[in-house]
Every structure is written in structure tokens, then in C-alpha cells.
Write a protein that binds this ligand. Structure first.
Ligand SMILES: [Fe+2]
Length: 355
């Protein structure tokens, strides 16, 4: 299985992961043979990448670290909570609390989770899918830091609700395709305080949840907003959520920019460790992110083209790859696999969209 841009869908490719609508209904089941004519439909609903099986990737299994059911339940719970707030109703915390329990339970049952799969976002579900990803990433980091169940639940609640204040920001500013004016940016920045105001009214929530919403855009060097807090004056939960937030946003396609490769984002986070972010937290988080996820096409320093078939936990930038094409672009008759930890002279030089 591998991820491709929908523009590269060709007749006969098989859909590898079921596609769901924003309310959890099945749009297309895994296993269906794709047609080029589906591309327009995908674009209409804002799906720009899908997972497929083809002859080069059908034996590569990529598993999510939480179940599909829990992922959708989380998205729906965030959506309902945000809809409530938008319509002036009070926040119903129970569905979010229930799903947080499931997320924490599922993640605690895995030893050493590694994230290889990136979920498919549509235009409509971006905020809910993003909040769910921020929650999962924050939780695996919290587990690495030795957090107990109670701490993980507070962290997860805060992560799921971190952008709830965006319900008070006009959509045309949030989804603006062009660059923002200084005034528009100031309006967007208010979402952290709005979120805090919404969450602090709810007596069922721990104070940390509102605090995370308030301070998830603070930066380790003091250049964030709204309070301009610096270093460890920012609570550890918010320092975690802020790294997860930036990681997930940069690896997602938006109307105003294309996503970056995971390896580029990881490099960016590391380079900003101890400036914008807490380096210790960046380090803990990226231990759980596959820098070259399974199914990624890459070019090697030998000029050959290869597909990633396995991770090396200790050496994330040196996975096991299957050689597909020689340096002249000619497909090999037999696909040989090499473990890059055994070939120190070979490095991955480029990540390819497709071959
Ligand atoms: Fe935010």
C-alpha cells in the first residue's frame, strides 16, 4: 500500500483504505478498483491523496496506531462540540471524554508506537482531523515522557479542543486562499483566547484544557502569542501540543499551500528546537514518527529509485528499501531489498511523489 496524489490515479489501481465522508459514512470501500473518472469526484470533496495497492506496493502493510472507529469518533466528537459552540449552545464534554478514554487506552496498549500512516483529510473535515492528529501525536509523546493515564487524558482533551476558539473566527479568514493581511492575522490570533474563554466556563473540564487552548501558540523563545510566555513558563502540555500542531499542519495540504514531506518537517522542527519549540519535546515526538513512511518512493544517492518497505527504529533515516529502477530509470527485473543501515555509503537523496 502506498499514498499517491489523486491526480495519479490510474484505471485498475486498488483503493487500499476505505474513504469516509465527514459524518463517518463510507464513500468508497477498500478493495474497489479505481477509475480515472473518480479523480474529479475526489477533488470535489477535497480529497487530494489516497492510499492504493498496486503491483509495487501491495505487500506493504501500513497500520494506523489507533482504530478507524476511534479516529472517526474523535473527529465527530470535536465536530459536534464545535457545532454546539457555533450555535450558541453549551459544550457537551461527554462524547469527547469518552473518546479520549479510548485513544489513551489504545495507545497505552502499544509498545513503542511509530506513525507510518497519514490519515486522509478532506476540505470539510480538516479542523476535526487535524485536532485528532494533534491529540494522537501529543499522547504518544506524553507516553514517552512517562505520563500516567490522568495526565494523558488532560493532555488529549486539551489537544482535541486546542482550536475550539476558531468557531469564533470568520470562515473566510480561516480558509482564505491568499496571504492574510495584518488585520486578518490579528483576528486569527484571537482564537487561542476565545478557546480559553469557552473552555474555562465548563466546570467538567480540568483547568489544563483551557490553558492548552490559551497557550498552544506560545513559543519557547517568548515570541509566541497571546501572552509571550517563555521557556518552561509555558506548561509542558502546551509545549507538546504546539509541536504536534505545527507538525500536523505542515504535513497537510491546505488551500493556500502544498504539504511538505515528513523528512523536511522533521528537519524543520529539529532546526527550531529550543527556539520556537522545546527541543526535548521535539526529540521525544519524532522518535514516534516514521521519517520515510512505509510505501514512500525515494531516490538514492546511487541514482536508483526505491520504495520504503520497512523502518529501522533506531535509525529512522535509514530504512529498508526495495530497489525498483536503476540509475538510468530502467525497471529492474527482480526487485532486491537492501537495509540502508548496512550500506553506510548510500543515503536517501530525495522523496518522490510517484514514479
Ligand atoms: Fe491554533
Amino acid at each position: 500500500m502506498r499514498r499517491i496524489s489523486v491526480e495519479r490515479v490510474r484505471e485498475g489501481m486498488e483503493l487500499a483504505k476505505t474513504l469516509y465522508s465527514i459524518d463517518g459514512n463510507v464513500l468508497l470501500n477498500a478493495g474497489i478498483k479505481l477509475k480515472e473518472s473518480y479523480v474529479r469526484k475526489f477533488k470535489e470533496i477535497g480529497i487530494d491523496e489516497i492510499y492504493i495497492n498496486d503491483s509495487l506496493s501491495s505487500d506493504i502493510v501500513i497500520e494506523d496506531i489507533i482504530s478507524d472507529e476511534t479516529r472517526f469518533e474523535a473527529r465527530m466528537a470535536v465536530k459536534r462540540a464545535m457545532d454546539n459552540v457555533m450555535h450558541g449552545n453549551s459544550l457537551d464534554v461527554k462524547p469527547v471524554r469518552n473518546v479520549v478514554g479510548k485513544i489513551v487506552e489504545e495507545l497505552l496498549s502499544i509498545k513503542d508506537a511509530v506513525i507510518n500512516l497519514q490519515d486522509i483529510k478532506t476540505l470539510d473535515n480538516y479542523t476535526f482531523a487535524h485536532s485528532t492528529n494533534v491529540c494522537v501525536l501529543s499522547a504518544v509523546t506524553g507516553i514517552s515522557m512517562g505520563y500516567g493515564e490522568g495526565q494523558l487524558k488532560d493532555l488529549c482533551m486539551g489537544a482535541l479542543f486546542h482550536d475550539i476558539g476558531k468557531t469564533k473566527v470568520p470562515n473566510e479568514i480561516l480558509n482564505k486562499a491568499g496571504s492574510l493581511t495584518a488585520e486578518e492575522y490579528e483576528i486569527i490570533k484571537k482564537h487561542s483566547r476565545y478557546g480559553y474563554d469557552i473552555l474555562k466556563q465548563n466546570m467538567e473540564l480540568s483547568a489544563y484544557v483551557g490553558y492548552i487552548a490559551l497557550t498552544h501558540h506560545e513559543q519557547f523563545n517568548g515570541e509566541g502569542y497571546p501572552l509571550g510566555l517563555k521557556g518552561k513558563a509555558i506548561h509542558e502540555y502546551s509545549r507538546i501540543v504546539s509541536v504536534a500542531d505545527v507538525y500536523d499542519a505542515m504535513t497537510s495540504n491546505r488551500v493556500y499551500r502544498k504539504r511538505l514531506n515528513i523528512s523536511e518537517v522533521v528537519e524543520y522542527l529539529v532546526s527550531l528546537g529550543d527556539h520556537q519549540f522545546d527541543y526535548e519535546i521535539v526529540r521525544k515526538m519524532i522518535e514516534h514518527i516514521s521519517v520515510f513512511p512505509l510505501g514512500t518512493y525515494v531516490t538514492l544517492s546511487t541514482g536508483e529509485t526505491a520504495i520504503v518497505v520497512d523502518n529501522n527504529r533506531k535509525y529512522p533515516s535509514r530504512p529498508v528499501v526495495r530497489l525498483i529502477k536503476d540509475p538510468y530509470g530502467v525497471e529492474y527485473e527482480i526487485f532486491r531489498e537492501i537495509d540502508l543501515t548496512s550500506y553506510n555509503n548510500i543515503v536517501i537523496s530525495n522523496v518522490l511523489d510517484d514514479i
